[in-house]
Design a protein around this ligand. Structure first.
Ligand code: PEP
Ligand code: MG
Length: 875
């Protein structure tokens, strides 16, 4: 038997989402439960995939089945395609498995031509309606199917209004629409060099094909990337008998939600227009009326609609977003789907549905997309304020939130501005560790270079500061910055939306994030199901506290280098690096020790008995080096060296490829005294806090960038020796562990050996992605956009783990590590630890915890809970 590509609504049901898309499956389901749905059929997602396999050609098998189903639809409706007595007209609409509002295209009134329009006018006794429908069809077909710019049609409409001296479409007569049809067709011919197709079947096949083509338009590709929708899903196409909301004053069309999508309030919410067709409601050319008014205008239809809303909510157990049309007082349901909603509304609706007994707590936990919680955790621009905003550029949405302030170009300027109580937006080519203080003081950060794991992005997310990175719209000219079409100076106001990546001119008002009671209740439900831990990456007591407030259960990564970069310490660090011998280094390290110890004490005081993983120094040494001659001179004076000595050492430390250079464990091998000092600081701080607070502190010492067990063994020997000396001298007991980051491919494939010396592994997926792909973390942002545009990649591998490659390396390391130590503790502290899709993957691979920046902790908690519900682990 031939493969089936086309299904009548009556041949399927709601379980066909994968094959028929959300819209198709829901139309079938509504048909099944007896709601008034204009009938039709759905061309499957498999037909879409076949179209792409056939080099963007609709196969004959699919076209034949479309034709057969048109015949069936003719039988169901008693109308005929192209008939001159009782013509069948259809709509053609896309519908993927996940709803992608407005991402793909729609054609209405298909089946009209110069003869059929006459029959329609006669049958409805409404010539004006018939020609209005016809001109709309030409417009949509030309735009969607033939990609003829639609503005020109609007120009024609405006010209005709001007000629007639009218301002509203409602004033056009039947004769006007007839003339409009002619002008549209003339324009079509002129632009397309072919006459408008009059054969309804030809129109239909071209439209179905164009919906498949629209699956790969820029908007759809972008939307899929942001929402983790695979290209392989494809879209279905729904062909449905037209019903008309524009046949007179007893007709209407509208869109409504069963609950308020902005607030979650349980009250029918929506808009409609009398005597109009679907796109008029969304197009904004006429102002729609609120749903309550339908009650007065068409009470019977309204009451019936209310009944259907209740049926649908009870049936789908979720808030529904519906389209309807009323034709001569008769109500039709054209679509239903789970409605998009704000994060606050999502929480309220989930909690209310549980209280109403419609869903269980477990179902509620599954209902919310973890990424949506992001919006609740950062300040955001109010929708009202954004309406007046002028977008001047875009970049990567690197760290969510909203920021308005005055442009500054350096960390120092950020400090000067904020000292005066002004709000600063730090605009830079890229950021570097010295900028940390200025970054922390700024409202937001904008960079011209760098991807999602660039310094600016990682640090901003950690601090919960809004950041737009890698904007190609930003370039520097002397002491000005060009953003989009204009140059801006220091002190000019701009605004950043780190959630969308948009840059706005001027100041835009923002609102603080609020965490409502529903939020807490919901997160407690999630935690009941969660089977892996959620920790945070935090370098300061403030970040640690923030993460605890958001529910973190430990620290998975303290990046100690951030502590080295602060202004009062950098000089000591420089002295250490530039010392000619060990004695000089030790002198500087001795001065750093109490500072570092007090940093750790601050963190332990917040974390108390919760585990704290301290990662030893990691960045390339040259990042600490002085760049200005005055700084070098000062160091030379302090250290009793000459300027030439310093210059020479600095030059000697230059690296061609710092990311693969002298960093991580390599530093501790060259200079074990650094590991000694850090161990003393970790252990002494733990002992001090244990005593002070009478708690058991759990330090976990983590060695970065290990690729070979001998590297780990070398440093571990230093750590254990020093730690044991310190513990013994204190007379206290202290449990500390020593583990390693797994972030070098070689470490993954030799993880069985490395596990012999490691108490735990923490996957550094930023570096593992960098070394796995050979993509520089700091430069990949510059070219990965081309990959998405050309569909070479669907996702940013620095954001969502590449399961097949980098993920496979993680799997290998998990299996090998546990083959040596079955109870080896496994976590992740790369940026991927806050990405819901990655969390699901890592949960299934067998990790014990994930660690992410404080502002992502609730997202990770929810994602981990959902992964556990979908695939529970044996207890
Ligand atoms: C990593 O590489 O994933 C990691 C967490 O370390 P860093 O980002 O500091 O290199
Ligand atoms: Mg790393």
């Amino acid at each position: 038997m031939n493969k089936k590509y086309v299904y009548l609504f009556s041949e399927a049901d709601g379980s066909y989402k994968e094959l028929l898309g959300g819209k198709g499956a829901n139309l079938a389901e509504m048909t099944k439960i007896g709601l008034p749905v204009p009938q039709g059929f759905t061309v499957s997602t498999e037909a879409c995939n076949l179209y792409y396999e056939n080099k963007e050609q609709l196969s004959d098998a699919v076209a034949d089945q479309v034709r057969e189903n048109i015949v069936k639809l003719e039988e169901i409706t008693g109308k005929k395609f192209g008939d001159l007595e009782n013509p069948l007209l259809v709509s053609v609409r896309s519908g993927a498995r996940a709803s992608m509002p407005g991402m793909m295209d729609t054609v209405l009134n298909l089946g009209l031509n110069d003869e059929v329009v006459v029959a329609l006018a006669k049958k409805t006794n409404n010539e004006r309606f018939a020609y209005d429908s016809y001109r709309r069809f030409i417009q949509m077909f030309a735009d969607v199917v033939m990609e003829i710019p639609k503005q020109q049609f609007e120009v024609i409409i405006d010209e005709m209004k001007e000629e007639r001296n009218i301002s509203d479409d409602a004033e056009f007569t039947a004769e006007d629409y007839k003339e409009m049809v002619q002008r549209f067709k003339d324009y079509y011919l002129k632009h397309h060099h072919e006459t408008f197709p009059s054969d309804p079947f030809e129109q239909l096949i071209a439209s179905v094909t164009s919906v498949f083509r629209s699956w790969n338009n820029d908007r759809a590709v972008y939307y899929r990337r942001i929402n983790d929708i695979p290209a392989a899903w494809g879209t279905a196409v729904n062909v449905q008998e037209m019903v008309f909301g524009n046949m007179g004053d007893d007709c209407a069309t509208g869109v409504a939600f069963t609950r308020n999508p902005a607030t979650g309030e349980k009250k029918l919410f929506g808009e409609f227009l009398v005597n109009a067709q679907g796109e008029d409601v969304v197009a904004g050319t006429r102002t729609p009326l609120p749903m309550e008014e339908l009650k007065d205008i068409m009470p019977d239809a309204y009451e019936e609609f209310e009944r259907h809303c209740e049926t649908l909510e009870n049936h789908y157990k979720d808030m529904q977003d519906m389209e309807f049309t009323i034709e001569n007082n008769k109500l039709y349901m054209l679509q239903t789907r789970s409605g998009k909603r704000t994060a606050n509304a999502a929480l309220k609706i989930a909690v209310d549905l549980v209280n109403e007994g419609l869903i269980t707590e477990k179902e509620a936990v599954l209902q919310i997309n973890p990424k949506q919680l992001d919006a609740l955790l950062h300040p955001h621009f109010s929708e009202e304020a954004l309406k007046g905003g002028k977008v001047i550029g875009t970049g990567l949405a690197a760290s969510p939130g909203a920021a308005s302030g005055q442009i500054v170009f350096t960390a120092k300027e950020a400090k000067e501005y904020t000292d005066k109580g002004k709000k600063a937006i730090l605009v830079r080519l890229e950021t570097s560790p010295e900028d940390i203080e200025g970054m922390a003081l700024s409202e937001g950060i904008l960079t011209a270079r760098g991807g999602m794991t660039s310094h600016a992005a990682v640090v901003a997310r950690g601090m919960g500061i809004c950041c737009v990175s890698g904007s190609t719209d930003v370039s520097f000219r002397g002491d000005k910055v060009r953003i989009g079409e204009r140059e801006y100076s220091r002190g000019d106001y701009i605004s950043l939306d780190g959630t969308t990546g948009k840059i706005y001119e001027g100041e835009i008002a923002s609102e603080e994030a609020t965490i409502s009671g529903d939020f807490e209740k919901f997160m407690n439900w999630a935690d009941e199901y969660r089977q892996i831990g959620v920790r945070t990456n935090a370098d300061t007591p403030k970040d640690a506290q923030q993460a605890i407030d958001f529910g973190a259960e430990g620290i998975g990564l303290v990046r100690t280098e951030h502590m080295f970069f602060e202004a009062d310490r950098i000089k000591l660090v420089r002295e250490m690096i530039l010392s000619k011998d060990e004695a000089g280094r030790r002198k500087a390290l001795d001065q750093l020790l109490p500072i570092q110890q007090s940093d750790f004490e601050g963190i332990y005081e917040v974390m108390k008995e919760l585990p704290v993983t301290v990662r030893y120094l990691d960045p390339p040494l040259h990042e600490f080096l002085p760049t200005k001659e005055s700084e070098m001179q000062e160091l030379a004076d302090d250290m009793g060296l000459t300027l030439e000595d310093i210059k020479e050492t600095v030059a000697g430390l230059h690296e061609f490829n710092p990311m693969m250079g002298h960093r991580g464990v390599r530093l501790s091998i060259s200079y074990p005294e650094i590991a000694e000092m850090q161990t003393k600081a970790v252990i002494r701080a733990a002992l001090a806090v244990q005593k002070r607070l009478d708690v058991k502190v759990h330090p976990e010492i983590m060695i970065p960038l290990v690729g070979h067990i001998t590297e780990l063994n070398y440093v571990k020997e230093v750590v254990d020796r020093v730690a044991n000396e310190e513990i013994e001298a204190s007379g206290q007991e202290l449990n500390y562990t020593v583990g390693t980051m797994i972030e070098i491919p070689r470490a993954c494939v030799t993880a069985d050996k490395i596990a012999e010396s490691a108490d735990f592994f923490s996957f550094g997926t930023n570096d593992l992605t960098q070394y796995g792909f050979g993509f520089s973390r700091d430069d990949a942002g510059n070219f990965l956009n081309d990959y998405y545009e050309k569909s070479v990649f669907e996702q940013d591998p620095f954001v969502r783990i590449d399961e097949e490659g980098v993920g496979e390396l993680v799997k290998i390391a998990v299996e090998k590590g546990r083959s040596t130590k079955p109870n080896l503790k496994l976590g992740i502290c790369g940026e991927h630890g806050g990405d819901p899709a990655t969390i699901t993957f890592l949960y299934n691979v067998g990790l014990d915890y994930v660690s992410c920046s404080p502002y992502r902790v609730p997202i990770a908690r929810l994602a981990a809970a959902q992964a556990s519900i979908q695939n529970p682990r044996e207890k």
